[in-house]
Design a protein around this ligand. Structure first.
Ligand code: ZN
Length: 100
C-alpha cells in the first residue's frame, strides 16, 4: 500500500479507493496534511484497465451470451465497479513537484 512521501504513514485503502472514484481526487495525508496526487502512469493504467474490461464485456461477453443492451451496460458497470476495489493496491501517488 502507498505510503506518505513525507512522514511515511500508509494511506488507508478506503482513502485511495474514494480518490479513484472521485476521478483521482488528491489524497491528503491524515498525519501531516501533505497533499498527494496520482501519478500519470497510474492514471493511465487505471483508465486502460477500465476501458479494456468494458470492451471485453461489450464485444466479447455480451455477443457470446446474447445479452441485451441494458444488461450489457449493467454487467460492464458491475465489472468496472468490482475492479476498482483492487486498484488501490497498485496505483501510486506522489507529492506534486510544483508545491514541494
Ligand atoms: Zn504524511
Amino acid at each position: 500500500m502507498q505510503k506518505c512521501e513525507k512522514c511515511g504513514r500508509s494511506f488507508r485503502w478506503k482513502d485511495v479507493l474514494f480518490s479513484i472514484w472521485q476521478s483521482y481526487k488528491p489524497i491528503t495525508c491524515s498525519h501531516c496534511n501533505t497533499k498527494h496526487t496520482i501519478n500519470f502512469t497510474s492514471k493511465f493504467i487505471v483508465s486502460f484497465v477500465i476501458l479494456l474490461l468494458a470492451l471485453v464485456v461489450i464485444f466479447y461477453l455480451a455477443p457470446a451470451n446474447g445479452w441485451s443492451k441494458p444488461a450489457t451496460f449493467g454487467v460492464a458497470l458491475v465489472v468496472v465497479f468490482c475492479i476498482t476495489f483492487t486498484l488501490p493496491t497498485f496505483v501510486r501517488y506522489e507529492v506534486p513537484t510544483t508545491k514541494r
